[in-house]
Ligand binder design. Structure first.
Ligand SMILES: [Zn+2]
Length: 451
């Protein structure tokens, strides 16, 4: 396949914007990048998409999300509104994830994946919980990802909050799915696995030890840490050490591990995160919504921590997350110099690409160059001011909208073309979700604590 007449944003280092360029795609990979006429002459008769001057750039990557949260949209929380993050867990997320059955898991994943294709997010790192439907849950999500054509990394969140048996079932589900991905290409290799853990505050020493001992070589964990002070207080009470120290002592950190949030960490914890090469993901929309504070992203960046941007189950519109990161740190510090646009791009474009590439063995993601995976989007953006590689981050922050994404391509396959979804039937998926949700919400109300 040839995509011609595009303004290509490579997100290579250094970044380049190449007018009237084309990419030649074959077997899921970008094989050539060059001027349109040159590639047209080199590949006569090739199936061609005329980008008609649109921007062609790598698909967005989401470093931390929860597909199952799709069914929380518009749901009322009974009783008094949760006063803090621990109450949000008790009154919203824990009773909701208990309410999910097999069909709900698949349908909520499908709904999230439709959203991702429409908004140009092509790789997602998911963190799943469904305590009353653990075994096989990752297969259901993998089926939805296979159908969508997108790329995803899946895990099940192990926790002791529902007792020892469910903690063990969570471990077994991670191991089963890690083994499956190691023994066969799942969705043609577009689905990969990692080992999910909820958070230190719901994990006993015994469970952490069991998880560490069972982790296959070369794999890492995906865990929430220090999202709220309570995670630190709990760790100090349980172990006498702060939460990142505790995770370090149990061998949870490392270059294959993703720690989501890291808001309430201290200087020594930042040092441990850097020294261990652990990834830290930032989810500013979720942090604002939960009122949990603001992670010291710029400090962690200066300290050399590997940072990436996630959405924590908010819409899979990653430029909205860019914009929120850009604005939040300015408001929080009352300083317009904080979190500059080029730093947002360094994290959200380059680091997200590096993190995602770790999981898909070999060819890079998140870059338009020969030899990279052919995951890309077309964006119908008409800049009113000059657009160059140097000022692109600010064009994205102030000018780009996900509604401008007209085509989404993953592994060389069109998932959306001219805003028409080609792999998923949005009307059917959302209609089925609306049929399933009333029963989920009813079960949710039966589980929610009345306080
Ligand atoms: Zn999360």
């Amino acid at each position: 396949m040839l995509i011609t007449n595009a303004r290509v944003i490579t997100w290579d280092k250094p970044n380049q914007i190449l007018d009237d360029h084309a990419v030649f795609v074959q077997s899921g990979m970008i094989r050539e990048l060059g001027p349109s006429t040159k590639l047209e002459n080199a590949h006569p008769g090739e199936e061609t998409i005329d980008a008609a001057g649109q921007y062609l750039l790598p698909g967005n990557i989401c470093a931390h999300t929860h597909f199952y949260s799709a069914f929380a949209r518009g749901m009322a929380i009974p009783g008094t509104p949760p006063r803090d993050f621990p109450a949000i867990l008790r009154k919203l997320w824990w009773p909701l994830d208990k309410s999910l059955g097999a069909e709900d898991i698949k349908a909520s994943a499908q709904a999230s994946l439709v959203d991702a294709i429409k908004h140009g997010t092509t790789t997602l790192i998911d963190h799943h919980a469904s305590p009353n439907s653990i075994n096989g849950s990752l297969d259901l999500i993998a089926d939805a990802v296979a159908e969508s054509g997108l790329r995803a990394v899946l895990c099940y969140e192990v926790t002791d909050r529902d007792g020892v048996d469910k903690a063990r079932a969570g471990i077994a589900e991670n191991l089963r799915f890690l083994n499956r991905c190691a023994s066969e290409p799942v969705a043609g290799g577009r689905v990969q696995a990692t080992f999910g853990l909820h958070a230190s505050l719901t994990l006993s020493d015994e469970t952490l030890t069991r998880c560490r001992e069972s982790l296959p070589a070369g794999k890492g964990f995906h865990i929430h840490a220090a999202e709220h002070e309570v995670d630190e207080y709990d760790s100090l009470q349980k172990s006498g050490t702060r939460v990142i120290d505790r995770l370090h002592q149990f061998g949870i950190l490392g270059p294959e591990t993703i720690v989501a949030h890291a808001i309430h960490v201290d200087a020594h914890e930042i040092k441990l995160l850097r020294e261990s090469g652990t990834w830290v993901t930032h989810q500013p929309r979720s942090n604002m919504n939960n009122g949990v504070g603001v992670a010291e992203i710029e400090s962690m960046w200066r300290a050399g921590v590997r940072l990436a941007l996630g959405n924590d189950g908010f819409s899979n519109a990653m430029w909205e997350e860019w914009k929120t990161a850009y604005l939040l740190h300015k408001a929080w510090h009352r300083d317009p110099r904080r979190m500059p646009g080029d730093l947002v791009a360094e994290i959200a474009a380059y680091r997200n690409a590096e993190l995602a590439s770790q999981f898909f063995g070999g060819p890079p993601l998140g870059v338009i160059s020969a030899g990279a995976y052919a995951d890309m989007i077309l964006v119908d953006y008409h800049p009113t001011t000059p657009l160059e590689a140097g000022n692109l981050p600010w064009h994205i922050l102030f000018g780009f909208h996900e509604s401008m994404v007209t085509s989404t391509i993953v592994n060389g396959s069109l998932l959306m073309h001219n805003r028409e979804l080609l792999t998923m039937d949005e009307a059917q998926i959302t209609a089925r979700a609306r049929e399933l949700v009333p029963a989920v919400w009813e079960r949710y109300r039966s589980f929610v604590p009345q306080d």
